[in-house]
Design a protein around this ligand. Structure first.
Ligand code: HEM
Length: 466
């Protein structure tokens, strides 16, 4: 199936790992049941690097910050992304920067990088606050002083509205509900398909294929409609500074006559739309729950917001001054990283990691979840302690906190996401006090659907403060 795998040198001594009877296939069942729990248990039992076999696949799991960075940063040129994950994503995101490799990836990443520069991102702040104002305004009905809020729906609405405004200068309200459902269907399907060796063609009458077809149609239709509208708009009347305008004008600095092809443009819009809202929404969902559980944390955030903002709306310039609020967001992403695992890579030659030889063709898996919950890097790891991330606190070892990945393929939208989450969280806390009560006293557990969703949804009580 894969020439790299056929020629792998597998006689080398291997790190310890679980026994793999039946070619390790039963292990896949355990992983499917609880991937993150399985990985944590593997680390506890076998240490920071573990080997296991599933069928033809020889997999190495890396758990320490040093080993994860050795793979993602120091030896980046010796790995490509795991083809199965990529082929699942490729169905949704085509030949976009999330999926491509080699020179195509380098060219796309080069062209997209300026779009996410500090200057451009600061320019999006007003769009972010406009989206937050709109969604937060009617979260608690005007006739009530408080309400139990479905924060998954709320955060999906805000972050989708943000990305629609930033990408297309359009509000998401009209498309939001269908697009949110479509996003969730695609994430859940993608997670399932990762365990299959191939993807069932979408035209086959296969369980789930009908829903999947609808989800693709919905999202592709949305992106296609906005691009077509823009192409029809006379140049002088079209927005000049949204992401679509910037992508249309983007040229490769090494070859200034080259822009993005129509297909590449569509694929980048799809990936920015998807990657750009679901992850930030997931982070805000867990953050709101963690803050709601802790009156002391929520009061400290409110005090900081009052001191810095004095009742006005936040801007990009305020974000660095909201140090404690940002620490709560970082700590929430430590406990519940929106992408807790699946940063998997294939070795394209023999690689030395932590003194072990990883033979060419092997799979290397990275699950930041495990390091995020490791007491060696974070004392009392299950406790929500924003103080770990305030200015001046002792930093964890490099790579121990890795919600955005690391190395050249680090999340291109990380600064965008931090600004967006800070502005939305600040505006939420300006309007509401968040708490939990009998109806929602149990914190839901996380379910990995590519992103880490709360099982059974997430509800938080919002009480007006103004
Ligand atoms: C809290 C929010 C976010 C989190 C936790 C997050 C996380 C990640 C992670 C872990 C990766 C690397 C995956 C790997 O190495 O295999 C990644 C890549 C990426 N992210 Fe994000 N992301 C977030 C927000 C965003 C936003 C807002 C955008 C765009 C508007 C975005 C666009 C991308 C793209 C395009 C890539 C692929 C980069 C490449 O391969 O060169 N992300 N993200």
């Amino acid at each position: 199936m894969n020439t790299l795998m056929d020629t792998a040198n597998l006689t080398t001594k291997r790190p310890p790992g679980p026994p793999t009877p039946w070619l390790g296939l039963p292990l896949l069942r355990s992983m499917r049941r609880d991937y993150l729990g399985f990985m944590q248990q593997t680390q506890k039992t076998y240490g920071d690097i573990a080997y296991m076999r599933h069928g033809y696949e020889h997999a190495y799991d890396l758990f320490s910050p040093d080993l994860m960075r050795e793979a993602l940063v120091d030896n980046v040129e010796h790995f490509i992304r795991w083809e199965r994950g990529i082929s699942v994503f490729e169905e949704a995101f085509g030949q976009s920067v999330l999926v491509t490799e080699g020179d195509t990836w380098k060219r796309q990443r080069r062209m997209l990088t300026p779009v996410f520069s500090a200057r451009h991102i600061a320019g999006y702040a007003a769009l972010m606050t406009a989206a937050a104002r709109r969604a937060l305004g009617d979260t608690v009905p005007a006739s009530e002083t408080n309400a139990v809020v479905d924060v998954e729906a709320l955060m999906a609405r805000v972050t989708m509205d943000v990305i629609m405004r930033v990408l297309f200068s359009s509000s998401a309200e009209a498309d939001a509900r269908d697009a949110a459902t479509a996003t969730q269907i695609l994430s859940a399907t993608a997670m399932n398909e990762m365990y299959w060796p191939f993807t069932v063609p979408m035209w086959l009458p296969w369980p789930g294929n009908g829903k999947k077809r609808w989800a693709f149609r919905t999202l592709r239709g949305l992106v296609h409609r906005h691009i077509e509208e823009r192409r029809r708009t006379p140049a002088g009347d079209a927005p000049a500074d949204d992401l679509l305008a910037i992508l249309l004008a983007a040229r490769d600095e090494e070859n200034p006559t080259l822009g993005l092809s129509a297909k590449e443009l569509f694929d980048q819009c799809m990936v920015l739309f998807q990657a750009g809202h679901e992850t930030s929404a997931t982070a805000l969902v867990w953050w709101s729950r963690l803050v709601a559980e802790r009156a002391d944390v929520s009061q400290r955030i409110q005090k900081e917001i009052n001191d810095v903002l004095q009742g006005r709306e936040p801007t990009a310039a305020d974000a660095p001054r909201l140090d404690y609020l940002q620490a709560t967001l970082k700590e929430a992403m430590r406990l519940y990283p929106p992408i807790p695992a699946l940063m998997s890579r294939r070795a394209v030659r023999d690689v030395q990691l932590g003194g072990w030889t990883i033979p060419r063709g092997s799979l290397v898996r990275i699950a930041p979840w495990v390091a995020h919950h490791d007491a060696r890097w974070f004392a009392d790891p299950e406790a929500f302690r924003p103080e770990r991330f305030v200015a001046g606190a002792e930093s964890p070892p490099r790579g121990a906190w890795m919600p955005f990945g690391a190395g050249p393929r680090v999340c291109i939208g990380q600064h965008f996401a931090m600004l967006e989450m800070t502005l939305v969280a600040a505006m939420l806390m300006q309007r509401y006090a968040v708490s939990i009560d009998k109806v929602n006293s149990e914190r839901p557990e996380g379910v990995m659907n590519v992103t880490l969703r709360p099982r059974g949804g997430m509800r938080v009580r919002f009480s007006r403060t103004t």
